[in-house]
Ligand binder design. Structure first.
Ligand code: ZN
Ligand code: CU
Length: 507
């Protein structure tokens, strides 16, 4: 290997234990970065010559000794509700502090854009998970939302979905019925506009009230533009309890009809009666993968979180209130304790708290582990960044997988854990040039201590930066170091086509 010309490198991270994201075993070596790309990956022997470069750069801050640390691709959060956070708090600390360098926003049918009309009354749930006031639903079309993100970049990258529930709320007067032809074509036009503006797909939340009345055919018709733009179809399915398999079938049908890859959001099994069904669900997915593209993400907790409702509370063994507009002081308290205090039954208590959000314990830990252990799973946080007392997954999903599940429980090797949050996700969402440490790829990187890394957030103390994340780079810029954001905002809005592999090798 030739010596590295010093003017061709901005940064050299050496002595690292490199886990490249593909699942292959770690190796000791160095990674060289020029501008926003990885331009060299060196094993231990090649690192020797790379260290000639190090000598030349010795007095510069641009050499990073990563002894004892793991360097991996930056993590990609497959499932977020960060649409507004990207603008309202572009530092993105809940994600940055876990080593996440890209988020997929607009999930569960809920996207911030487009919203061509103003909310006259309260924001329709579950859209209020993004913003209770309605002020942030200010983007009349998807293009103006994308433009706002470009005008004010965040610390990390994002890729965006347009939400079916948002479209329904924007277009339909009566949400309790199927869309008529005119409404379908209006929504389909908005989908085309969004995809042209840079959205990578459509999401649905057929489970939620404003989308429940939509037929499968309605979803198919509005998703038609996915085919031409090679977009993905992501879904929070109609039923994650007793009707799980039927809901999988409905999702597969949409994918086949519109010729788009299907992404099953937060695959889980809800309700005591259905515990243990995770293997059946995974088998069902596998049985259909021969004829179409299907993948799934998972958050590493046995409790879900969304808006507060009596139906959901009924199926949960414990409910924690995450926010309440009527009684903000109740955030963080158990529903049963609030009911006791107010001397009301749970249904009445929920009416008093409404609108509100909650955490519901209604999954089996062994189902969670079965899904997490699957070789194809992607890690998504599903964090709700605007909740007063959020589910701990917002600040801890990725580090919990690395620490608790991989290192402590030994559920899978660290190399597999990293793959679930990097290359698998980049491939499934068609984010080219991301998710691997490879020459020509973008320099989205995370450096962590493999002995220390873990989530710190908990149900009792949900807002807490993770342990062991030492450095994060986004598009070649260091955005996080030793527990602090560096104040750089180098995130991009990612599309499918924004990567041209100009470098095969710089040397
Ligand atoms: Zn969801
Ligand atoms: Cu979600």
């Amino acid at each position: 290997m030739a010596d590295l010309p010093v003017d061709l490198v901005d940064l050299l991270i050496f002595n690292a234990s490199i886990i490249d994201g593909t699942g292959t075993a770690r190796f000791k070596g160095a990674v060289a970065i020029l501008a926003d790309k990885i331009v060299g990956v060196f094993d231990e022997h090649q690192q020797e010559s790379a260290c000639a470069l190090k000598a030349q750069m010795a007095h510069s801050k641009l050499v990073f000794d990563a002894k004892g640390m793991v360097l991996s691709p930056g993590f990609i959060d497959a499932h977020t509700h960060d649409d507004r956070l990207l603008l309202s708090d572009p530092q993105m600390m809940p994600k940055l502090s876990q080593g996440v360098t890209t988020v997929i926003a607009g999930n569960c049918g809920i996207s911030l854009a487009p919203m061509p009309k103003a909310f006259e009354k309260a924001v329709t749930p579950p859209l209020n998970l993004l913003d209770e006031s309605g002020d942030w639903f200010r983007f009349k079309d998807f293009a103006s939302y994308v433009q706002a993100l470009r005008d004010q970049p965040s610390a990390i990258n994002c890729a965006l979905l347009v939400g079916h529930t948002t479209l329904r709320v924007a277009v339909m007067e009566d949400l309790n019925r199927e869309a008529n032809e005119a409404e379908i074509s209006a929504m389909r036009e908005q989908v085309s506009e969004a995809l042209n503006a840079g959205a990578i797909g459509v999401s649905t939340g057929l489970y939620y009230e404003p989308a429940k009345a939509a037929s499968t055919q309605e979803v198919i018709e509005i998703c038609r533009p996915l085919k031409a733009s090679k977009g993905v179809y992501c879904t929070h399915m109609r039923d994650e309890a007793g009707g799980l398999l039927a809901s999988l079938d409905e999702s597969f049908l949409v994918g086949r009809e519109v010729d788009a890859p299907v992404i099953i959001s937060h695959l889980k099994v809800v309700g005591v009666k259905n515990y243990g069904q995770s293997s059946r669900a995974l088998d069902h997915i596998q049985a259909h993968q021969g004829s179409q593209e299907i993948c799934f993400d998972c958050y590493p907790y046995p409790a879900s979180s969304t808006i507060l409702s009596f139906d959901r509370a009924l199926t949960a063994s414990r409910v924690i209130v995450t926010w309440s507009k009527a009684m903000p002081e109740m955030a963080g308290k158990d529903l049963s304790a609030i009911a006791q205090k107010l001397e009301l039954n749970e249904e009445e208590t929920i009416q008093r708290l409404d609108p509100a959000g909650a955490i519901y314990f209604r999954m089996d830990e062994s189902d969670v582990q079965t899904i997490l252990s699957h070789p194809q799973v992607m890690i998504g946080s599903d964090g709700l960044p605007h909740d007063e007392f959020p589910h701990p997954r917002l600040w801890g999903s990725f580090t919990k997988v690395l620490g608790h599940y991989s290192r402590t429980l030994g559920l899978f090797p660290l190399e597999s854990a990293i793959r679930k949050m990097t290359s698998t996700t980049a491939k499934n969402f068609r984010l080219s040039g991301r998710g691997e440490i490879r020459v020509g790829y973008y320099a989205d990187l995370t450096l962590f201590d493999p002995e220390q890394v873990d989530a710190v957030s908990s149900y009792e103390r949900p807002v807490a930066a993770s342990r062991g994340i030492l450095g994060v780079w986004v598009n070649g810029e260091m955005v996080y170091q030793d527990g602090r954001a560096t104040g750089r905002f180098s995130g991009h809005v990612l599309g499918h086509q924004d990567h041209t592999n100009k470098f095969t090798s710089a040397f």
